[in-house]
Design a protein around this ligand. Sequence first.
Ligand code: PMP
Length: 425
Amino acid sequence: MSFATPASRKEPLPVLGRDVRVPLVTGGEVAYAALDYAASAPALQRVWDDVAAYAPYYGSVHRGAGYLSQLSTELFENARATIGGFLGCRPDDEVVFTRSTTDSLNLLARAVPDDCRVFVFETEHHAALLPWRRVTYLDAPRTPQEAVRTLERALARRAPGPALVCVTGASNVTGELWPVRELAAAAHAHGARIVLDAAQLAPHHPVDVAALDVDWVAFSGHKLYAPFGSGVLAGRGDWLATARPYLAGGGASRRVVRRADGHVAVEWHGGPARHEAGSPNVIGAHAIASACKALTEAGFASLVARERHLVEKVRAGLAAVPGVRVLSLFGADAPRVGVLSFVVDGWNSSHVAAALSAEYGIGVRDGLFCAHPLVRAVLGGAPDEPGECGAPEAEPGERALNAVRVSFGAGTPDEHVERFVRAVG
Ligand code: PMP
């Protein structure tokens, strides 16, 4: 398999789609500026090349006797090991392949003990907010320290029994970094476990499960430059080993017997196979592993430094525009990944987003970003107001509750961010 030369420290990593040209309403066309990485990031060229190099050797995994089946099984299991290494997993942690972060958190929600109480800040993405059965929602904190104190208070007051905390590493709306290590320490001090939603963190920052001392981590390949339909849940094996399989079917079952009484008895596998019934997405797993290698080789230190420089450009650009408000829980200068949402006084955010696309060839997202309570907490709005994942239409005379989000990452050239700053200026 061929491996592209790692990009130099100052250059963005090569991604697909950079040369795609899109029409402008004003006439002519321009190279598309993808500033919507938080929704889904373009594939790294390296990931695409690795997938293409493997594709001719594709075969069914685990149960095939043929050469390509064996090769594919090895590649699939190597991908698991690579991803475990990338995440800094402990030796006995499991790496389970899923479809996405949403899928990973739903899997975990099914695996928690029946009497487990789950603690979630209202500011989480719906994928982290909604899957749980016995759940306590915590108010939006206004500082990272307040997040820790709020969690400690809630955990201290809870009834005895198992507990789980679910928290994001970086917000998909504000881009702000959450105090994961401190929250993990608080959870453990109160006998609770913690799962990290790293959907927005992993593409921008190293995630070290052991050093952060989180029990599980969930993320999506398509936000990590590997849009081939796979995600990951990694972490402690004990709850997963005793839980009913997430999906029932082949691959998860070790032995299935039709008994004399007519019933079918099943002995389920342990390990990741227990929750990976059906034919797995080998290409998706391989793509994530390839992305992990590419990011590691490029070096997070330089990726973070480069992204910080882009964040500053956007922040300064937006600060210079009258009437712009950047969404934030922890304050305008709080450390964040390459994700910023904003509103412009007197403007409907969906019109701003549409104009950026039509007039400048810039792809951003507008709406509530599947984090309705967070956007309401920051912008104000009735807590019981129904909403949609997209941008709900405002009634005449009413301010629409939505924002514009600009997001970028390892593949973003300066020119895309500069074009955005010019466009909003
Ligand atoms: N958590 C966060 C913080 C996210 O940003 C997203 C995606 N926007 C998800 C979870 C869900 O990810 P997916 O749609 O890939 O399941």
